[in-house]
Design a protein around this ligand. Sequence first.
Ligand SMILES: [Zn+2]
Ligand SMILES: [Zn+2]
Length: 245
Amino acid sequence: MHTLTKASPRFAIQQFFWIAMDWLYPPSCAGCGKNGERLCRSCLQQITPIDHQTSCPRCDLPQVNHLCPDCQSQPPVFEQLRSYSVYDGSLRRAIHRLKYENDLPLADTLCRFLISLFAEQNWQVNLICPVPLSHQRQRQRGYNQSALLAQLLGWALSIPFTNKALYRIRETRSQVGLNAVQRRENVKGAFSAVPSIVQNKTVLVVDDIATTSATLSACAEALKSAGASQVFAITLARTVQIEQS
Ligand SMILES: [Zn+2]
Ligand SMILES: [Zn+2]
């Protein structure tokens, strides 16, 4: 685990809060359901980091050994995307629980993957923001799981976080079931960014899952149009095939 030399006190405070809550209301493992921990040792061991030596240098698609066909034919607007692991097994179940079952302490558990992944990069980031949810989903869910992760990452790294920089200017349909071309079309021009917040900034965009990286690229496009100098992207998980569920 990466040592947090620069973490804001708020990061430690939220950790203590959730540790106290775990003590009062013992959690069950998000991967296998076993009582006692938010993610048990055996489920943690199943989550293997993507080998960035063999993934696409631009979008992190695993095991391609060079720039992947998508990045060759239509390079993404962000400089680089890095994901911690493949969207599978216990990580998939944990993200699902964070997203749909209101399991907020899991954001603290899962954020640790982002912290260690960030520590391996050579990015000079000065603003962190999440991929915004659609208004409808934000209303239904009540929270944006990517904003929770981004906020914690900002505290852990002492880098300013904002959820005001990037917003949706039109609703998009779910990316589930669409192919790469359809996904790109679906999110094209869906985002906008606030120039006074992002101008000349190197922005890190945070999301839970990257599927084709189309959404992250559309976010990067909005940020750069508003004057951001560079955009990097980080996610917990990367799908390898088009996700169907
Ligand atoms: Zn488990
Ligand atoms: Zn690629």
